[in-house]
Design a protein around this ligand. Structure first.
Ligand SMILES: Cc1cc2nc3c(=O)[nH]c(=O)nc-3n(C[C@H](O)[C@H](O)[C@H](O)COP(=O)(O)O)c2cc1C
Length: 214
């Protein structure tokens, strides 16, 4: 017997009835950023949404076996009270650890594949990278062998990216996921921004949307 279509209950999220639904509706990619700097508090919020510690041994994103193979690097350029530079986010302690000083947004944006010159105008770039070797070893007994662990890392990068989008939406900020970059160029930047031994997964620009500048 052929099954007929099943009409679903309409989903009409509003700010009043569903905070999450409203964020999902309003979430968009922002590619035009204004000159207003982010505050450290806003950067903290975004870093926490991406990879923050929630309870003992857990973070804001799901992670296979709670391995947490992803590292967040904040490439700050226009953040009030935070010197331009690349910083590693320590999720356990909720601190930024300086890696290299100076404004590296331009260098990082120049590794993107298409003409994404607008990306350098984001107040900060959030780089997600993964420890592929650790994940491959950890999940070595799961087929397809050697690849399952890597897949988990990529999936987790998607979770972290969506968290960043939704948190940005709630905070009135703009965010965009740029996954089109040249891995080798990004890995080859000197001084390095990708943690040693890790693979770049995703780059997100965050800042105040240009159309909200006043
Ligand atoms: C895996 C992935 C890779 C993406 N890479 C890029 C990118 O390199 N450059 C870019 O401008 N947007 C990129 N985006 C954002 C999409 O272009 C965007 O989500 C899409 O146009 C839908 O628009 P919306 O996010 O405003 O709903 C990417 C999105 C995903 C999920």
């Amino acid at each position: 017997m052929t099954q007929s279509e099943v009409p679903l209950t309409p989903v009409r999220p509003t700010a009043a009835t569903s905070t999450l639904g409203s964020l999902l509706v309003r979430r968009r990619s922002t590619r035009s950023f204004g000159p207003r700097p982010l505050s450290i508090a806003q950067v903290a919020l975004m870093a926490w949404a991406a990879q923050g510690r929630t309870t003992e041994g857990h973070r804001s994103c799901p992670s296979a076996h709670a391995l947490y193979p992803i590292t967040l690097t904040v490439i700050a350029g226009n953040v009030d009270g935070l010197a331009a530079g690349a910083y590693r986010y320590d999720a356990e302690r909720h601190v930024l650890i300086p890696v290299v000083g100076g404004d590296h947004r331009d260098r990082v944006a120049s590794t993107t594949l298409a003409d994404q010159g607008w990306l350098r105008h984001a107040a900060a770039l959030l780089l997600l990278s993964g420890d592929m070797d650790a994940a491959m070893q950890h999940f070595a007994d799961q087929p397809p062998q050697g690849r399952r662990g890597q897949r988990y890392v990529w999936l987790e990068a998607g979770h972290a990216s969506q968290n960043i989008y939704l948190q940005a939406t709630e905070a009135g900020l703009g965010a965009v996921l740029v996954a089109g970059f040249d891995d080798d160029q990004l890995l080859g930047l000197t001084p390095a921004v990708v943690p040693s031994g890790q693979h770049p997964l995703a780059l997100l620009g965050i800042g105040h949307p240009a159309d909200q500048e006043g």
